[in-house]
Design a protein around this ligand. Structure first.
Ligand code: GLV
Length: 334
């Protein structure tokens, strides 16, 4: 029986799992992100926090919360949490991998299609009553997708799921760059591993699926946009800071690249004002990669189960910081 802070509304099914174990919950049932001071106040004395990707939990927050044993993030990415800091303090951190892979890949591919075929712009045009008659030289002529080259940056599970859609549904050629080779993607999809600069130079579409780290921050900036084809379209469903938005705006305005489709932003929920103005070659969605009802429900129950297992003293199924277990074992041995 423990007390848990849940930083935002979650599905009833997730609460049921916690209550079955007689845990009590304090839920922020507003739409607001809890400011740091408030988060610390509400998490004080509790054993666990179930949080979202926009709750920043760094070492200074952990220092003020000595009772916290588990942080369960309802997201696959966990760049919002200081993992080394948590490990040092013996706090287990968990995430929700796997369950959102296909849903996020669906959205990435939907963005690719939307940008290539100018769907949002054409939708606005139709609603505004501007569709007068069919023209050969139509205003919303886009570019073909089938048979083109898709460059995947970060060939993990989501990258591979996007590549599968591209290969099997659209007969695209797949090239990729990643921190390690993905033999399964190479065998299944004839995906070819290439150097990053080669990927930039030859891809018609580039889709990013890397976690946010010091290495991947601004992985796409002026230098990279200069190397891309003028006809290329960039899709980002990973993390906003992977793309330097100011440099992207310049590249789009100068016609260095054809377009971009973004589900994530550098300073969420803020969106670069110039991106908002670029209606013809930019598609924007509000970080909805995993946002299907089925997937969000699975993420919430997975986060609750991670919390339940960790509070029982077991290794939770989706432990991010394995090293915390070694530390615990070491201190038991001492
Ligand atoms: C969403 O962006 C996630 O990391 O789950």
């Amino acid at each position: 029986m423990a007390e848990i802070l849940i930083t935002r509304k979650v599905f009833r099914e997730a609460l049921d799992l916690l209550e079955k174990e007689r845990h009590t919950t304090d839920i922020n049932d507003t739409d607001r992100i809890l400011p740091t001071r408030e988060l610390i106040k509400r998490a004080g004395g509790k054993a666990g926090i179930i949080c979202l990707l926009n709750d920043k939990i760094d070492a200074s927050v952990m220092d003020e919360l000595p009772s916290i044993k588990v942080i369960s993030n309802i997201a696959v990415g966990y760049d919002n949490i200081d993992i080394a800091g948590a490990t040092e303090r013996g706090i287990m951190v968990t995430n929700t991998p796997g369950v959102l892979t296909e849903t996020t890949a669906d959205l990435a591919f939907a963005l690719l299609v939307s940008a290539a075929r100018k769907i949002p712009e054409a939708d606005q045009y139709t609603r505004a009553g501007q569709f007068k008659n069919w023209q050969l030289m139509q205003e919303h002529m886009g570019v073909d997708i089938y048979g083109k080259t898709l460059g995947i940056v970060g060939m993990g599970a989501i990258g591979q799921a996007v590549a599968r859609r591209a290969k099997k549904g659209f007969d695209m050629r797949i090239i990729y760059h990643s921190s390690s080779r993905n033999e399964s993607a190479e065998n299944e999809l004839e995906a070819k591993y290439v150097a990053f600069d080669e990927l930039l130079a030859v891809s018609d579409f580039i889709s990013t699926h890397v976690p946010l780290t010091k290495k991947t921050e601004h992985m796409f900036s002026t230098r990279e946009f200069k190397k891309m084809k003028h006809s290329a379209i960039l899709i980002n469903t990973a993390r906003g800071p992977v793309v330097d938005e100011a440099a992207l705006v310049e590249a789009l305005k100068d016609g260095r690249i054809r377009g971009a489709a973004l589900d994530v932003f550098e300073e969420e929920p803020a969106v670069h004002p110039e991106l908002i103005k670029l209606r013809e070659n930019v598609v924007l969605t509000p970080h909805i990669g995993s946002a299907s009802i089925e997937t969000r429900l699975r993420m919430a129950t997975m986060a609750a189960l991670n919390m339940v297992e960790a509070l029982k003293g077991n290794r939770p199924p989706n432990l991010v910081n394995e090293a915390v277990i070694q530390r615990k074992n070491l201190s038991k041995g001492n």
